[in-house]
Write a protein that binds this ligand. Structure first.
Ligand code: ZN
Length: 226
């Protein structure tokens, strides 16, 4: 389990005069990244594939809007989650109890169908000497969510990064989410929530720690009684 400190941004070829090493015809911000015009052309292709006319009035601005939406949906590739957790606080007066951030609204995108995965994440850790600003925990969730994902990997990445950087006594991450690839296509099963969890350190080895966490988030296996 290693977390690279090399960010995507570090690998980015920026600035004028830098020829991309390979692949031609690009003017994107990053080596290998297609240009905005290429991305918009791809959207036009998908509109035609759907059976519509990308040149009709209502769709004329759609490729531009879709590409800009993609910048929001996938903004997580631009941020280094390790960097986010670097600033910690050590003056905690010996606080060594669980820190729990629950019901973090989360929007991610299924990497198999590129449709939303919408739900909430619960993140906990058991500090060892230092703590991190709570908004940073929510940001780590967001950075990994705003990428093409499967929920299992998303859950593991959040937990592993917090574990690696803060080196706490334990980390727990639970994600409950609905997958639009299941609700609006394929098996069409609305109302189904997928629950994934990753328990590290004390949350894995100590049943009472794990139970305390699960009761604090309102055990996802019997939702509704909160
Ligand atoms: Zn899917």
């Amino acid at each position: 389990m290693t977390v690279s400190k090399t960010t995507l941004a570090d690998n980015v070829v920026r600035g004028p005069g830098r020829e991309p090493a390979h692949e031609s015809g690009q003017s994107g911000r990053e080596s290998g990244r297609p240009s905005r015009a290429e991305a918009e052309a791809a959207v036009r292709t998908l509109i035609r594939w759907a059976g519509d006319d990308p040149d009709r009035e209502g769709l004329a601005g759609t490729p531009d809007r879709v590409v800009r939406s993609y910048e929001e949906f996938f903004a997580g590739y631009e941020v280094d989650p390790v960097e986010l957790l670097q600033r910690t606080f050590e003056e905690v007066d010996g606080y060594d109890e669980m820190v729990v951030l629950r019901d973090i609204r989360m929007e991610s995108y299924c990497e198999h169908h590129i449709v939303p995965i919408i739900g909430r994440a619960h993140v906990a850790y058991l500090p060892r000497r230092r703590v991190v600003g709570i908004s940073k925990l929510a940001r780590v969730v967001e950075v990994y969510a705003k990428r093409l994902q499967i929920q299992e990997k998303l859950t593991a990445q959040i937990a592993n990064t917090i574990d690696e950087v803060l080196q706490p006594q334990g980390v727990a991450v639970v994600i409950e989410a609905a997958h639009q690839c299941m609700t609006t296509r394929g098996v069409h099963k609305p109302g189904v929530t997928m629950v994934t969890s990753r328990m590290l350190g004390a949350f894995r080895t100590d049943a009472s720690t794990r139970r305390e966490f699960l009761s604090m988030i309102g055990n996802p296996s019997n939702r509704g009684g909160e």
